[in-house]
Structure formats: structure tokens, C-alpha cells
Design a protein around this ligand. Sequence first.
Ligand code: HSE
Length: 442
Amino acid sequence: MTEPEPSAARPAAPVRVGLLGCGNVGAALVGLVETRREAIAARSGVDLEITRVAVRSLTRDRGVKLADGVLTTDAAAVVADPEVDVVVEVIGGIEPARELILDAIAAGKPVITANKELLANHGAELAAAADEKGVDLLFEAAVAGGIPIIRPLRESLAGEDVTRVMGIVNGTTNFILTRMTEEGTTYAEALAEAQSLGYAERDPTADVEGYDAGAKAAIIASLAFGTRVVAGDVYHEGISSITAADIASAASLDHVIKLLAVCERLEGPDGAEVAVRVHPAMVPVQHPLAGVRESFNAVFVEGTAVGDLMFYGRGAGGDPTGSAVLGDLVDAAVNLHKGAHATIGMGGRAQIRPIDDQQSPFYLSIDVVDRPGVLRSIAEVFERHGVSIRSLEQEGIGDAARIVMITHRAREADLQATVTDLRDLPTVHRVGSIIRVVGAEG
Ligand code: HSE
């Protein structure tokens, strides 16, 4: 018996899209709507039409075909236009994006945004406005570009007890660390290459110092744990102080160094707490995140029932990010026809565990005088602060020695106190890099 052919859905009236911003992502979206329009209509029954596009300059060539009169410099007019049913915001930054999105919601228009900075700082305000008005606020593109991670966290894993999410969510830093690891390039050389390839901005601070990953971590933690986390809650350290020696040490210990966003749900004395941090981490080579190379992103989710999951792909770039926006757009358009909307389900403000009380194993390198008794004096400092040593290796460098060690799980504050006391020891020349170890806790 042959299966009957599914009948193609008949497209209803076009859903008219007002696009705010037409840079990399906006231009890719325009192209994707053009090439995918018929297939989307056949599959979903919605016919998407880019009706108005707000840009800063009318003369810049964006490589997209738009009918006369579609482009305008007046973003507020696009939002208010009665011929616009859905608003897509890809301008970035806090204002005027926040104001424009709130206006669109107030006008009863669903909003799709890729704006991580805005969501990580004002997400609750936008979500409350969207819920009150009964319209969609969708933002798949805000975290990890083309990788579907928001919808899985928000919908597929809505009933799951998610305990930890770890992400490589910044492509620029992953590219730099990959070059340093695989080609032996210095940090400065790898950064220059990332800039020449267009991955890193001319001012790469947001990428290399962990702010970009921190905003994404706040959004991930909010959805994973159903509680509100903002950018200011995220502890962050960047990769600018990672050296070739750190990379080599990691390799000799069968680890690689990655910039990780780590979001954990923990039990505190007064109930659930959330720990969110971004920092370079030593990841064992066997861990799936260790194999995420170049500018790729990945998000590793740990849940009680589901076990381990990993989402992998392109975290930036016009087409991958445009694809994520397009998926949201189809969803919002279908919902609009049905008179339905998705709820974000963000709970109250999270109880944040301060960095001092967070725990992990640590890698340390300590340059010392090479003579009898030195190791014992160092071990005593660790013992005094309750930090247990898991493994230790020593190599001679002239009449000095370098001790490389990994601790068992230790409280940040205890580790910092240990380091302070180590620096006071007359036999210690220098305490070098201190890097958290993630993915092989014990
Ligand atoms: N600059 C980011 C990255 C992409 O390098 O991954 C946008 O979030």
C-alpha cells in the first residue's frame, strides 16, 4: 500500500515582515526569505514577505534585492506601519533596540530578535511585555548563531531537571585557542588572523574578555533553570593572558584550553542557587567539547533524565544566524495565523552563588627553588586551606623547578587564599597561570 501524498498547505495572506537592521544577518535573512519562500509556504502554510527594512544608510550596497520604497531610515515608522505584521530586530545594542521592541509588542506585533546584549540585560522586561500582550518574543539567533539551543532549552527540555550547561559560545576565542593549540601561534598572531578573517572586531574586547560569552551564558542559564539571570550576575575572565606554556602544559596533561560558559544549578542553604561563569578552562581531550575546533560553537547540556546532550554548529555568520532568525519567523507567522503565542516561562530572580563559593578542580603552575623540603612547604599551604592535590609533576629548569599540579574540587576562595600564601613563601619564585579544570571533576 502506498502512503497518500500529503496535501500542501494553502498559503494564507502574506505575513508582512518589518526588518530593523540590514547588516550581515539582516541581509542574509532577506536572501533566505527569497530563496526559501515557496518551500516555507508549502510546508507551513505561511507566506513571508519582507515589507519594510530600516537601515542607517540608504546608499550602502547590501547585496540584496529589495523593491523600491522598502528601505527607510525610520525604524520607528517600520514598527508602527500597519502593513507590518511581525518585527525582526537585528540592530544590536540596548537602545534604540529596546524601545523599538517594546513599541512593536505594545502594537501587538510578534518580535524576533538576535540581540543577546539586550536580552541579557532587559530580557525580563521584554518577556513580561510580550506575555501581557500575548505575542511571541523569539530569540533563537541570540545564542550560538545557527545552533538551535534556545528552543530545545525552552520547549524540548521544559520538563527536564537540567543540572549544568557548558558552552563554547564565542567563535572568535575558539578560533584563537585552536590556532594556538594546533599551530603553536602566539595569542597576538592568532588574534590578528581572527581579525583579518572578520571573526573578531577591530576592538575585540567583548570577545576576548568574555563579555559576549557572558551575555549568552545569562540567557542560557535563565532558560535552562527557569529563573532570571542577568549579564551582571556572570563572573567572567577572558583568554588574553593564556600563554603558549599553558597550552603546552594542557597538552602534556591530555587537556585542551577552551573558553567555556558554565551554568550550574546547585543546592544552597536557602534553596536552589545558580552559578554562572565564563573563563578559560582545561577540558580533557576525551570530552566532546574538546573536539570543537576553529570558530565552531557547541553547547553541552547535562540533565538528570536525559543525560548528556551536545548541540554543535556555526555560532556566527550571516547565513547561519539568518537561518535561526528565519526559523523563529516561520514559528511566529504560524502562531499569528493561529492566534497563539509561545510563553518564555522565566521565573523569579535567581539566587546567584558568588564566585568565591563556586567550586572546581584547578590547574596551577608554580616556579620554585629546587631543593629538599620545598615540596613539603608547598603541600602544607594547600593542606592549611583544605585544598587537596590530585596530581603533581615537577620539571627542572636550571637550578629552579616548575611544579605543575591539578587539585581536587576546591572552593574558589580557598584556592585564592592558597595562592596568596604560596606567593609569600621564600622558596616560590612565581605562581603562574591558574586555570579551572572542567569536564573531569573529582
Ligand atoms: N562575536 C561572536 C563570536 C559572534 O565570535 O562568536 C556574535 O555573538
